[in-house]
Design a protein around this ligand. Structure first.
Ligand SMILES: [Zn+2]
Length: 403
């Protein structure tokens, strides 16, 4: 027996009494049950609109689907009674979907009417709503024009009618989209403007959509995908965005309308500053390299550099180490202390000592790990108190080997 669709009769029914016709275990999840009713206010998933939720007696309605004109309600438990059970809709969720859905009809109409762009896809999610339109040449200005036009249809508060036309009546309707079913064809009319075959739920007047806002759009597979929101979702979106813009404006001490220009300027300034800092840093590091080389201890024809930094960035120390080993006959033993003791050994190509071997010999002093090759080795360890001993022990061994 067909389920009577009360949500078609009146999409504002929030609570009705109905009779349970069947209760079965839900095939896809045996911990759930599936109920059929003689009539229902629960919209089943379809046409891009998610299913309703709510309660049948004391059982939670989790999901609703339709098959062969019968509507199935997936619930978490078996209701206590079968006859005259109270069905209650999660109205906040439903009304949100109604706002988004009618908003979609209006937006789709606006795109056709202004730019002959057809809607070829629709998705209504819990947070975002999208449509795909079959024209890829529109720009930001066109989107603004569509948005203004669509919102004007809302201000006019036009009546939204649900029609079940005869075949003859249907033939005379200016339908852009063909019905996807053969019988029980339902047309949603926006007061003489737009006629769309649709089985979804919609508010009675366009004014209830409140507002349509295109949040963003992008070219997508040769079409355009438009992300938009309607009704309550707009005020929520506006609230956090407004708050953020006001907060940023306060931080920058500018007016809200000047935020973007100010941030763009800051972004470019910051880029230049970073470049200058990098340049100055290189000058300072090169100076440090020269100084360390000048102060190096000479052992026969070799120069030994030992230096313990205090928390300097490891990348900077690596730069110094690399630069020192470009001089001939240099062995450089550098370390720094952060939350770890970190060490870099390096030497010029002509030095007859293997850095990885030297490193491995003393690494136990800092409880560390690491490695490298003959001319460069690095690593770190937990025992920061032994960093000096580690560096000095390595230096002693170097002197032994070179003398
Ligand atoms: Zn619809």
């Amino acid at each position: 027996m067909k389920t009577l669709k009360l949500y078609w009769e009146n999409p504002y029914f929030k609570k009705v009494k109905a009779n349970i016709l069947s209760i079965d275990t839900y095939e896809k999840d045996p911990t759930k049950y599936v109920i059929t009713l003689d009539k229902t206010i629960f919209y089943p998933e379809g046409g891009g609109q998610p299913s309703d939720q709510g309660k049948i007696d004391d059982a939670k309605v989790l999901y609703v689907y339709e098959q062969d004109n019968i509507i199935y309600h997936v619930v978490d438990k078996v209701p206590k009674k079968k006859d005259d059970v109270f069905c209650t809709l999660d109205w906040n969720r439903r009304f949100d979907f109604m706002q988004q859905h009618l908003g979609q009809h209006i937006l789709t109409y606006a795109f056709i009417n202004l730019y002959k762009a057809n809607t070829i896809g629709f998705h209504l999610g819990d947070e975002i709503v999208t449509i795909d339109i079959d024209k890829s040449t529109l720009n930001d200005k066109d989107m603004e024009t569509v948005e203004i036009y669509a919102n004007e249809i809302i201000y006019k508060n036009l009546e939204v009618k649900s029609l079940f036309p005869t075949k003859e009546e249907l033939a005379n309707m200016p339908l852009v989209k063909k019905p996807s079913v053969d019988e029980d064809i339902r047309i949603i009319e926006i007061d003489g403007l737009d006629y769309t075959p649709c089985g979804g739920t919609h508010p009675k007047y366009t004014g209830s959509v409140g507002m349509i806002k295109i949040r963003k759009w992008e070219n997508y597979k040769g079409n355009i995908r438009i992300e938009f929101i309607c009704g309550k979702r707009c005020i929520q979106d506006f609230q956090w965005k407004n708050q953020q813009i006001n907060n940023i404006a306060n931080i920058l001490s500018v007016k809200d309308i000047e935020v973007e220009d100010t941030v763009v300027k800051m972004y470019h300034n910051n880029k230049e500053l970073n470049k200058s800092i990098k340049d100055y840093k290189k000058i300072i590091l090169d100076y440090q390299v020269d100084k360390l080389y000048a102060d190096a201890e000479k052992v026969s024809e070799y120069y030994i550099v030992l230096h313990e930094f205090n928390g300097e960035d490891m990348q900077d120390i690596m730069y110094i180490s690399n630069s020192l080993s470009k001089y001939p006959n240099v062995i450089s033993l550098l370390g720094t202390k952060n939350n770890l003791a970190q060490v870099v050994f390096s030497c010029s190509k002509d030095v007859p000592i293997k850095m990885n071997k030297l490193f491995k010999e003393f690494i136990f002093l800092i409880d560390g790990k690491g490695g490298g090759n003959a001319t460069s080795a690095q690593g770190g360890g937990k025992n920061i108190n032994n960093l000096s001993t580690f560096l000095k022990s390595a230096k002693t061994r170097v002197i032994e080997k070179l003398s």
